[in-house]
Design a protein around this ligand. Sequence first.
Ligand code: C2E
Ligand code: MG
Ligand code: MG
Ligand code: MG
Length: 277
Amino acid sequence: AAKEAGRDAICFFDPAMEETANHKSQVLSEMRKSISDNEFVLHYQPQLDLITGKLIGFEALVRWQHPKRGLITPIHFISIAEESGLIIPLGIWVLEQACFEAKKWPSDLYVAVNVSYIQIERTDFLAEVKSVLHNTQLPPHRLEIEITESVLMTDQTPAFQFLMGLKEMGVKIALDDFGTGFSSLSYLQNLPLDKIKIDQSFINLSDTDDKTCAIIRSITQLADALELETIAEGIEREGQYKLLSDLGVKSGQGYLYARPMQVDDLPFFIESKRKLP
Ligand code: C2E
Ligand code: MG
Ligand code: MG
Ligand code: MG
């Protein structure tokens, strides 16, 4: 049976197959059921202050705990969820879970939640945020919403209103995967952003490529000038950490510190971080 499941999994993930209509509709029908069957889980990846080494928060990252195929990462289902609109109920579930969980943590830790442009365009996600914060009693400043540049590229109005609404409530906003989208920098001055997340493709090359390093330096200077915080994602090596902290990047996350972890591992991790000098 294990062998069978294994073969299934390979078929399910065959990159050549993933773009086919047949595959998509199979994933979609399974995903519809999985939302009601509660097959999604959140893993949490620590974010640290690069200067002090202190834990500052966690990013919530969704996974699909498939009964037969095991743990499935978001690259295999997020775009299908977006195309089908399933991202809407899934996204609400993610937000609720993440806020509910964060409420149990020490009060100086925040939770970062990824939000897709579909959620902003097609629903009143601001009202959703309001109601979830109310129901979980999580203080707004302990929630950070991560959006990508794609949110800003589509029809500007709903995105702008959404972000202004978050700002008014005191929810933090981070611009994810920064540097990979269309680089119209003008929106950086018009939008109520708090933080820029430098994309991991830059971090990955930071310790070996001088040009990449120059890009990170200028992103950091830009962020400083605009009074935005910076975070580096995908830090894997000590050398990258050294470089980033020398360049003045404020915070970071990556396998060097911890992989995204199950919710059961959080109390121990948080506790172990508290014990540091
Ligand atoms: P992201 O928001 O840019 O998240 C960072 C991704 O990098 C995560 O992948 C994380 O596990 C991975 N990562 C963290 N540290 C390292 C590292 O040191 N090295 C490498 N190579 N990778 C690292 P993951 O969890 O597979 O998520 C992929 C993407 O799926 C996320 O990218 C995000 O765009 C999307 N996603 C995840 N959860 C949600 C969600 O709840 N809602 C929405 N709309 N999108 C989500
Ligand atoms: Mg993210
Ligand atoms: Mg990112
Ligand atoms: Mg990324």
